[in-house]
Design a protein around this ligand. Structure first.
Ligand code: HEM
Ligand SMILES: *[C@@H]1O[C@H](CO)[C@@H](O)[C@H](O)[C@H]1NC(C)=O
Ligand SMILES: *[C@@H]1O[C@H](CO)[C@@H](O)[C@H](O)[C@H]1NC(C)=O
Ligand SMILES: *[C@@H]1O[C@H](CO)[C@@H](O)[C@H](O)[C@H]1NC(C)=O
Ligand SMILES: *[C@@H]1O[C@H](CO)[C@@H](O)[C@H](O)[C@H]1NC(C)=O
Ligand SMILES: CC(=O)N[C@H]1CO[C@H](CO)[C@@H](O)[C@@H]1O
Length: 334
């Protein structure tokens, strides 16, 4: 082949590759090394203090991060507040009241960062770093968080529709939803292990513990361990008048990041219908059994899946901004 033609073809190939480079590939481990060298340390310090004083923070941040990434990418769109002109992502109908301490820990870390290096570290990076630190504090695995995410320029409740899983979904629906975000059935099971911490409000599983057969109010889902179901019936007795009543997702070790979530599922101790169903479906059951038997395998796969989750739909360059405050766009008129 003529040398000139080859060079042209290589140039064309390089151009195609550059165009095709996903934003995720532009994230780096050293993004703030020159502009805010202490960024990770600052986030880590703030987050540690908050978690020690308010231990429900970690689960809150983890769920918030999942919702942010799944609904339109890890771009802190979930942190924006609704105003008179815009109903923001966090107020989507299916948000099931996102945990306030998750928001709070990000805002505290961002405030500390703004004092050190104003306008440099994005809220999306703060949420990603905070979540990683908190997972570790709960006893979970370390995973790499590359940096350089920009914050979204918009956030709408409408954009959340159909993006997030619900506790009534079948395993086939969950598999297909996660596949749309390029996650396998095994990764669905690994990520669901996040329910080894935190809690769910009674209305999220009430249909499993009251009137399950459609006649008797005390009838519960036969997939549930009877003592567990009866204890939940008591605990949730007043949930319609007090919607703040909640139960631990992992009844055995609620504040510890471990593989008890999977062991529970094998004993009918799953809280949400969607959790329990993973232990029954032929495509997910083998992974529930694997992770129940081997915590190292769970941690390895969870860490990989979290790395993947944390680059979902990220914005770089001019596709986003570094917000000055995490709950509002810099251009306040938008
Ligand atoms: C597989 C499908 C999933 C479904 C159907 C689901 C559903 C839910 C529901 C209904 C709640 C209770 C919310 C409330 O009542 O306040 C919850 C809590 C939670 N979810 Fe999920 N979730 C799923 C996957 C995930 C994933 C992938 C993660 C993270 C990687 C995650 C992290 C959490 C955490 C940490 C909590 C506890 C929040 C807290 O204590 O404040 N979930 N989830
Ligand atoms: C789950 O389905 C039941 C029965 O259809 C329904 O009553 C309940 O409101 C649903 N729960 C959620 C959280 O969507
Ligand atoms: C539910 O409310 C009733 C009446 O207010 C009260 O007597 C009862 O102790 C409550 N049950 C639980 C489990 O908190
Ligand atoms: C558990 O999983 C890890 C990681 O996949 C693997 O290296 C190890 O051999 C497994 N342990 C057992 C007892 O199967
Ligand atoms: C949100 O912003 C992105 C650019 O970051 C743009 O591509 C998208 O069309 C916007 N969506 C809405 C609903 O304005
Ligand atoms: C349906 C629902 O629970 N919506 C909630 C979404 O989150 C906000 C707080 O950010 C609540 O005020 C809404 O009630």
């Amino acid at each position: 082949m003529e040398r000139r033609a080859l060079v042209t073809r290589i140039a064309a190939l390089v151009a195609v590759l550059l165009l095709a480079t996903p934003a995720a590939a532009k994230l780096t481990a050293t993004y703030y090394q020159k502009t805010c060298p202490k960024a990770e340390q600052i986030v880590s310090e703030v987050v540690t203090t908050k978690q020690i004083t308010t231990p429900i923070t970690a689960a809150g941040a983890l769920r918030l991060f999942f919702h942010d990434c799944f609904a339109g990418g890890c771009d802190a769109s979930v942190l924006v507040s609704t105003n008179a002109f815009n109903r923001a992502e966090r107020d989507a109908d299916d948000n099931v009241s996102l945990p306030g301490d998750g928001f709070d820990v990000v805002i505290r870390a961002k405030t500390a960062l703004e004092l050190q290096c104003p306008g440099v570290v994005s809220c999306a990076d703060v949420l990603a770093l905070a979540t990683r630190e908190l997972v570790i504090m709960l006893g979970g695995p370390f995973y790499h968080v590359r940096l350089g995410r920009k914050d979204a320029l918009n956030s709408t409740a409408a954009s959340v529709e159909g993006q997030l899983p619900g506790p009534n979904m079948t395993v086939d629906q969950l598999i297909s939803l996660f596949a749309q975000k390029s996650f396998t059935a095994q990764e669905l099971v690994a990520l669901s292990g996040a329910h080894t911490v935190g809690f769910s409000h009674c209305d999220q599983f009430a249909s499993r513990i009251y009137g399950y057969d459609g006649r008797n109010q005390n009838a519960y889902d036969p997939a549930m361990n009877p003592q567990f179901a009866q204890a939940l019936q008591k605990a949730c007795a007043n949930y319609t008048t007090d919607p703040t009543i909640a139960a631990f997702n992992d009844v055995m070790t609620p504040g510890k990041f471990d593989n008890l979530y999977y062991q529970n599922l094998l004993r009918g101790l799953g809280l949400l219908a969607s959790d329990q169903a993973l232990a029954a479906h032929p495509r997910t059951k083998p992974f529930v059994q694997l992770y129940a038997a081997n915590q190292t395998a769970f941690f390895t796969d969870f860490a990989h899946a979290m790395e993947k989750l944390s680059v979902l739909g990220v914005k770089t360059g001019r596709k986003g901004e570094v917000r000055r405050r995490c709950d509002a766009f810099n251009n306040l008129s938008t």
